[in-house]
Design a binder for this molecule. Structure first.
Ligand code: NAD
Length: 296
């Protein structure tokens, strides 16, 4: 594989483009607007600067990485050379289904179509294409250049050949791939999201404040980040979408999203990417905890 098309340049898409470019692949980065693409490219540039400050990369390498990423606002141009498409667009079923129909029509017939979805069924996504054997879940973790895991999701029709190629590619990217079956939330979010939801309920019910909840989990369970900060980092809208998939997929009320999360997302508080969630992020950096205004 040489040419990778990444669809979506948000939190995950820019990280995935960064990773592939850093490992020598040619990347076409596709989003709906130039504005969104510019934001994605800026984030990649800042993140490489951080790697330079740590001594992992040099200015010369930075120029080479950035040169390997070409932005596109037109899907047909962005995927015409793809050996692999990694879709990292908004976590909404209707968006993914429409995109995969288009990707199937526009990408070379030999290309593998992978989704970075956190929870949506790979089997359902594959079913709208004419190449379900070449559709797979390739679930990177945030921040992509740093986190080692790739959850590889086998849809009902995914072929052995597709699984093998994505497992091999993940190793080539210096990641650790873990193969799982297609089930709501797969493994990572089936376990993580109920914890985050429970932390939000704990706040909602007035048991403790934002920093108290995060401190208990950080210091008590040795997690590097508390669950409320992690929710901000993932994106509160993304957390809500995943919980809705779990709730609908299992039909079990234990996955019902906390009303506080629903209200915060409806009001536009999406966490780090919108500048405010359970904490505020005036310069993209975490500052004081915010006691969500809907609680008083
Ligand atoms: P995001 O909201 O930060 O970015 C989504 C991007 O997709 C936006 O830039 C949007 O403009 C773009 N987009 C929407 N429709 C599009 C289309 N038709 N064509 C091209 N671009 C389009 O979301 P995100 O957090 O990067 O999540 C992307 C995917 O990755 C989701 O499926 C999510 O579940 C998954 N994911 C997220 C995380 C996380 O921590 N945020 C972790 C793992 C997986």
């Amino acid at each position: 594989m040489k040419n990778i098309s990444v669809i979506g340049s948000g939190t995950m898409g820019n990280g995935i483009a960064h990773l592939f470019a850093q490992q020598g692949f040619s990347v076409a980065l596709v989003d709906l607007s130039l504005d969104q693409l510019n934001k994605g490219m800026e984030t990649i540039s800042k993140n490489i600067d951080r790697q330079i400050a740590k001594g992992t990369h040099t200015e010369v390498e930075k120029a080479a990485f950035l040169q390997r990423i070409v932005p596109f606002t037109t899907l047909s141009e962005g995927v015409e050379l793809a050996d692999l498409v990694v879709e990292a667009a908004t976590e909404k079923l209707e968006i993914k289904l429409k995109l995969f129909q288009e990707l199937d029509r526009l990408a070379p017939s030999s290309a593998i179509l992978a989704s970075n979805t956190s929870s949506i069924s790979i089997t359902q996504i594959a079913a709208v294409t004419k190449r379900p054997t070449q559709v797979i879940g390739m679930h990177f973790m945030n921040p992509v250049p740093v986190m080692k895991l790739v959850e590889v999701i086998r849809g009902y029709a995914t072929s052995e050949e597709t699984i093998r190629r994505i497992m091999d590619l993940s190793l080539q990217l210096e990641k650790v791939p873990v193969e799982v079956r297609d089930y709501p939330g797969f493994v990572a979010n089936r376990i993580l999201m109920p914890m985050i939801n429970e932390a939000i309920y704990t706040l909602f019910e007035g048991v403790a404040g934002v920093s108290e909840i995060d401190t208990v989990i950080k210091l008590g369970m040795a997690h590097p980040m508390g669950p409320l900060q992690l929710a901000d980092f993932i994106g509160l809208d993304v957390c809500l979408s995943i919980l809705r998939v779990l709730h609908e997929g299992f039909g079990n009320p234990k996955y019902a999203p906390c009303p506080l999360l629903v209200t915060m997302v409806a009001e536009g508080f999406k966490g780090m990417k919108s500048g405010e969630g359970f904490y505020c992020y005036p310069a993209g950096i975490k500052e004081n905890p915010v006691s969500p205004r809907f609680l008083s």
